[in-house]
Design a protein. Structure first.
Length: 589
């Protein structure tokens, strides 16, 4: 341990002298209250420290003590269902000590030292093991089988291994390395947050992350192991969209980071997730979720750490072979924390005051996503998908954080305030959004859902695009000036928007739609358009086609339960044929 002395305090930035033996990114304890901080700059024996707690009351002359270790997180049983702050302090345990208001200088282990776990070994004495190998497991809950992995730096021969009840502090195995040194192994391990966990190989994404949100899965899919951004102005539904993805996506583990957003949004998560049932397991969603809460009223500097804390935990579960989805809400608040620290360090500002290294920091974060093979003897395939919300001021996506993000991500779900104003949710604009995974994921949909998927998706996107052009014409010359075929096209596009793309997040049935249901709904709307075109060619009136009673049934299909959709589709198609025939007879008469 080495002590320094505070010589300058500027908000969350503290400068200390006498720190020559400290290293960059060392965790330090600042002042008499031992506030937690991290060294982010060194000049001679002076260290610039970003403090992750409120610094009011600190004085020059107080001591700074370095721990000699980088900012790290504790990985092991107890993470699932937990809620932590940006530096992995367990907020439930902190609340027991401090009440509802977080006090400064609280030091608590991230994972409980009292709770007992049952360790079941998977290797035996004399076995050769390598870093990353699974040596046993702990059943964390009925949903998650927590695989205990050998830390990446340890390999050798298993000298001892135990089984049965243990705590997070107990040693469960001893591994002899090549030099004959004994390496004790417990059911937890520590990992520095700024360093990505190792893997043996990165693979191309091969299947989509099914979210149950129709505009996403059908039009702009995200691959497992992919990266996506949701930029949008205030009130356009970023947070609700991320909540929907966290609730319904078919990932095994969800890591949700509330970074600088309002506290009531995290409260919604805490109230909803324990009450909601996971459609795959029938258990509550909290049994596969880790929450990182660093809300807007918490210290600014800790926002920067929260993003790295969350993605390190996500990588840990990825290495077990799980499909992990990470939601970051929002990276704009994280970037604002970078800007504040950069300003206090008196660095040369870049565009709009953000530091010049904003793009590289964003890239380092998003590049930790992917579909990978783990290290170790038996390589496991795991995926980490990252979905970052961006909150551009005034909804201006030309600002630096959004533009830097768009250069990195492959999926852009652009939220539109005009759609939100019309109460069309999710307010994802189908004309400006895109997915670079659409073609490769289309192959999966064609194989697993229907060979017609890609063709149908293309038809629907084309129809929506043509409708936008027709709307410009209608504004100029009126609806009566366009052809009957174009009027039918606009009716079909309206049906796509209102009956398919519009989705009620808080409706018991409509909140989630399986890929099979989505395909049936697309097929239904497209059948209305195709059959309507045939009727037009035989002389039917476009007004009568648009006013058919079957339109109501098409609109209600979204509220039909999954196991009844196929039967309802047959009823709708039969009714559609009958009404079109009636329309044609009326024209003949």
């Amino acid at each position: 341990m080495n002590d320094g002395t505070i010589i300058k305090i500027s908000g969350p930035l503290v400068v200390a002298s006498g720190m020559k033996s400290a290293n960059m990114f060392d965790v330090v304890r600042v002042g008499n209250e031992r506030l937690m901080g991290e060294i982010i700059e060194m000049h001679g024996d002076e260290a610039s420290i970003q403090v992750y707690e409120e610094t009011s009351g600190l004085r020059p002359g107080e001591k700074v003590e370095t721990t000699g270790e980088p900012l790290s997180v504790e990985l092991g049983p107890g993470l699932i269902g937990g809620i932590f702050d940006g530096i992995q302090r367990p907020l439930y345990e902190v609340a027991k000590i401090c009440g509802n208001n977080l006090k400064r200088g609280v030091e608590l282990p991230s994972l409980s030292r009292e709770k007992h776990w049952v360790f079941v070994p998977q290797v035996k004495e004399g076995d050769r093991v390598f870093g990353g190998d699974i040596i046993g497991f702990v059943e964390e809950n009925e949903v998650v089988n927590h695989k205990i992995m050998l830390p990446p730096a340890i390999s050798g021969i298993v000298k001892e291994i135990s089984s049965g009840t243990c705590t997070t502090e107990d040693v469960v195995a001893i591994v002899l390395d090549e030099k004959g040194n004994e390496n004790p192994v417990g059911i937890t391990q520590k990992w520095p947050v700024r360093k990505g966990r190792p893997y043996s190989k990165k693979l191309a994404p091969s299947e989509p992350l099914i979210t149950g949100q129709r505009v996403i899965d059908s039009l702009f899919p995200l691959a497992k192991g992919g990266v996506a951004a949701i930029p949008g102005p205030f009130g356009s539904g970023k947070t609700v969209t991320q909540h929907q993805l966290a609730k319904w996506s078919d990932a095994d583990i969800i890591v949700y980071i509330g970074c600088g957003e309002r506290g009531n949004e995290m409260t919604d998560v805490l109230n909803e997730f324990p009450a909601l049932k996971d459609p795959k397991t029938g258990k509550t969603l909290m049994e596969r979720t880790v929450l990182i809460a660093n809300t807007s009223d918490m210290p600014v500097a800790a926002r920067e750490a929260s993003i790295y804390t969350g993605i390190t935990i996500a990588e840990y579960f990825r290495d077990m072979g799980y499909n992990v989805a990470l939601m970051a809400d929002s990276t704009s608040r994280w970037a604002e924390a970078l800007r504040e620290m950069s300003g206090r360090l008196e660095e040369m500002p870049g565009e709009e005051g953000y530091p010049a290294y904003l793009s590289s920091r964003l890239a380092q974060f998003y590049e930790r996503a992917g579909r990978v093979l783990s290290i170790g003897k038996e390589q496991r395939e795991g995926t980490l998908s990252v979905i970052g919300a961006v909150s551009p001021a005034g909804g201006d996506i030309s600002e630096p954080v959004t533009q830097a993000t768009l250069r990195i991500v492959k999926v852009f779900w652009g939220l539109d305030s005009a759609l939100a104003y019309k109460r069309h949710f999710p307010a994802i604009n189908w004309l400006t959004s895109y997915s670079l995974y659409a073609n490769s994921m289309g192959e999966w949909f064609n194989k697993n859902i229907s060979p017609e998927w890609t063709k149908l998706r293309g038809n629907i996107i084309r129809l929506l695009s043509e409708e936008a052009e027709l709307q410009e014409t209608v504004k100029l010359v009126g609806m009566d000036a366009i052809s009957h075929k174009d009027r039918l096209k606009m009716e079909a596009a309206r049906s796509i928007r209102e009956d398919f793309l519009h989705q009620a997040a808080f409706h018991e049935v409509d909140t989630y739609a399986s890929a099979d249901k989505q395909f049936t709904m697309m097929k239904t709307v497209w059948s209305f358009y195709e059959k309507g075109l045939e009727a037009l060619e035989k002389g039917a009136d476009v007004e009568k086609i648009s006013l058919m009673d079957v339109r109501e049934k098409i609109g209600r299909l979204k509220y039909v339960k999954e196991d009844e959709v196929s039967a309802e589709y047959e009823i709708i198609i039969s009714a559609l044929d009958e009404e079109l025939q009636t329309t044609l007879k009326g024209e003949d008469d």
